[in-house]
Design a protein. Structure first.
Length: 253
C-alpha cells in the first residue's frame, strides 16, 4: 500500500519545472493513481499508460516532458520502452520498479534512464526526483534586457573538438551532435567547468544530481561508461579515468 501525504507536494513560485507534462507508465492502476495524485498536487499535468505499447503511442501523440516508467509490464517491458524512446528522444526517464537489486539499477541507467526509484516508494520523494530531473533539463531563462534588446550569444563550453551548448542541452564532437540524457549532460558539463580538475565520484554526483545526492558511486560509473560509448561512436573520448580517484576531462584532441 502506497500512502500519499499531500503536505509539501505543492509547487513553489520559483519552480521552473512546474506545469510540465509527465507520462506515468505502470500496469498497476492503483500505483498510477498514487503517482498521478502526487504529481498533480505538485503542479504537473499527467498522462497515463498501462503497458509499454500504449506508452509509446501516448508518447508519440502528446510528447510529454518526462516519463515515469515501470520496468515489469505486459506487452512491452520498461527496458524495451526505454530503448525505443532513447533511439529518437532525449526525454528524461525516471524508472519506477519493484526490482531493488543494484544490478537492475545499473542496467536501467545504462539503457539511458536518468533516475531509478524502487517500490514501495514515497510519493514525496518521487515528486522531488521528478522535479530535480526536470530542473536539470530546463535551461535557465535569459536575463531580461536592461534597455534595448540585444542579441545574446548561446552559452557554449568548448574544449578541443568537444562543445556543449548549455542553452539547448546539446553536445557536439567535431560538429557532430552526440545525444545525451539530462544526467549524462550534467556530468560532462561538470567536468568541462573545471578543465584539468580531477573529480571524485562524489563530486560528480553533486554536479549531476545537485538536489538529490543519494546515488551510488557505481551509478556514476554507469553514466560515464554510457557517455564514453556514445562519443566513441563518433571517434571521441572526452573523459579520462584517474584510477583510485575519479574522472577528469580529457584532452579532447
Amino acid at each position: 500500500m502506497w500512502l500519499v501525504n499531500a503536505a509539501g507536494l505543492g509547487q513553489t513560485s520559483h519552480d521552473m519545472s512546474a506545469g510540465k507534462t509527465i507520462l506515468v507508465v505502470d500496469d498497476d492502476a492503483h500505483i498510477r493513481e498514487v503517482v498521478r495524485f502526487a504529481l498533480e498536487k505538485a503542479g504537473y499535468r499527467t498522462l497515463q499508460a498501462g503497458d509499454g505499447r500504449s506508452a509509446i503511442e501516448v508518447f508519440e501523440k502528446d510528447a510529454p516532458d518526462l516519463v515515469v516508467l515501470d520496468i515489469l509490464m505486459p506487452e512491452m517491458d520498461g527496458t524495451d520502452v526505454c530503448r525505443n524512446l532513447r533511439s529518437r528522444s532525449r526525454v528524461p526517464i525516471v524508472f519506477l520498479s519493484s526490482k531493488d537489486d543494484e544490478v537492475d539499477r545499473i542496467v536501467g541507467l545504462e539503457l539511458g534512464g536518468d533516475d531509478y526509484i524502487t517500490k514501495p516508494f514515497s510519493p514525496r520523494e518521487l515528486v522531488a526526483r521528478v522535479r530535480a530531473v526536470l530542473r536539470r533539463a530546463t535551461p535557465e531563462p535569459a536575463p531580461a534586457p536592461e534597455d534595448a534588446p540585444k542579441p545574446r550569444k548561446p552559452k557554449v563550453l568548448e574544449c578541443g573538438k568537444l562543445a556543449l551548448d548549455l542553452d539547448r542541452f546539446q553536445a557536439f564532437w567535431e560538429g557532430r551532435e552526440v545525444v545525451l540524457t539530462v544526467t549524462e549532460f550534467g556530468i560532462l558539463r561538470t567536468l568541462m567547468g573545471y578543465h584539468g580538475k580531477v573529480f571524485t565520484r562524489s563530486e560528480l554526483m553533486d554536479g549531476a544530481y545537485p538536489e538529490q545526492n543519494i546515488v551510488t558511486e557505481r551509478t556514476i560509473d554507469s553514466h560515464v561508461r554510457r557517455v564514453r560509448r556514445k562519443f566513441a561512436e563518433v571517434g571521441g573520448d572526452p573523459i579520462e579515468t584517474v584510477h583510485g580517484v575519479g574522472y577528469k576531462l580529457g584532452s579532447c584532441a
